[in-house]
Design a protein around this ligand. Structure first.
Ligand code: 9MG
Length: 283
């Protein structure tokens, strides 16, 4: 019988009964000043070290923006952005490093460089992705997306968003297992903001326990996303409080990893959730 709270990723065995915080490390041109490759690597590493000091349990490193309408980057460009960052962080920190990519070759090279988790917004659907995920012993995050980052926010349509996301995640989880990824290495993600309107995102958050019933831990990424902006009417720089509310709701509803920009504030908020939900069960 598998332990639904255990997440095995590389050399790490995470006990996700305590909600974990995944800090976002973007290695994309708009996230650093124009100082060349070395400068961009150092800025990303410095930012990552700061997130670890603030209490990040996991770092998610990405070299291609997944924002709506983002321009895709080439394989070589993505590799040259993320691999030096992963190599340096693997030497300097002792938290699992996650590679945010859907490209099988980036998955393989990132794992060789020290990544312990593959975070795939395409749910291992690209040709070769299942094999790349199965090849090492990295953990895998399987996410749902309707459409592509270029088209996903144009006309997202669902009959029953919770059911459709659940069916997709179950199918991809089974495909991953059949390819050789042990269940303990899998976490699932409804993919907030990826081909979803506000009503879909809200329904998914509200019904997170139905997706949790698939039997694997859930990762939730709502930090600073436009759904929060639509709810509170603020731009991306004014979404901290809404992001914290989303992390707390996620954790209360069974989300076990929250992917966030604002690590320190989220760590504090989730300590309160943990104190009430886990430590507080003594009656
Ligand atoms: C890369 N990325 C951006 N948003 C994300 C989300 O919500 N989940 C996961 N797993 N990755 C994301």
């Amino acid at each position: 019988m598998q332990n639904a709270h255990q997440f095995i990723c590389g050399k790490y065995q995470l006990d996700l009964r305590r909600p974990h915080v995944m800090g976002i490390v973007n290695v994309t041109p708009d996230s650093f000043s124009d100082g060349g490759r070395y400068a961009s690597t150092q800025l990303a590493v410095t930012h990552a070290l700061q997130l670890v000091a603030e209490g990040a349990d996991i770092l998610d490193i990405g070299g291609e923006s997944t924002r709506p309408n983002a321009t895709p980057v080439s394989l070589d460009e993505e590799l040259s952005r993320v691999i030096p960052v992963i190599e340096q962080l693997a030497r300097e920190v002792d938290v699992p490093l996650s590679i945010d990519t859907y490209k099988p070759q980036v998955m393989r090279e990132a794992v060789n460089a020290g990544a312990a988790i593959i975070n795939d917004i395409w749910g291992l659907q690209q040709p070769g992705a299942l094999e790349a995920a199965a090849a090492g012993n990295a953990g895998v995050c399987i996410m749902h997306m309707q459409g592509t980052p270029q088209t996903m926010q144009q006309e997202p349509v669902y009959q029953d968003v919770v059911q459709e996301v659940k069916v997709f995640l179950q199918e991809r989880m089974q495909a991953a297992e059949a390819a050789g990824v042990a269940m303990e290495r899998i976490v699932l993600d409804p993919g907030f903001g990826f081909g979803k309107r506000t009503v879909h995102n809200v329904a998914l958050l509200n019904h997170l326990p139905e997706i949790l019933a698939l039997g694997r831990p859930l990762l939730v990424g709502l930090s600073r996303k436009s759904v929060l902006g639509q709810i509170i009417g603020s731009d991306v720089h004014q979404r901290l409080h809404a992001s914290l509310a989303a992390s707390v709701i996620s954790a209360m509803k069974g989300g076990r990893i929250v992917r966030v920009h604002d690590v320190k504030a989220t760590v504090d908020a989730l300590k309160v959730v943990d104190a009430v939900v886990n430590v507080g069960i003594d009656r």
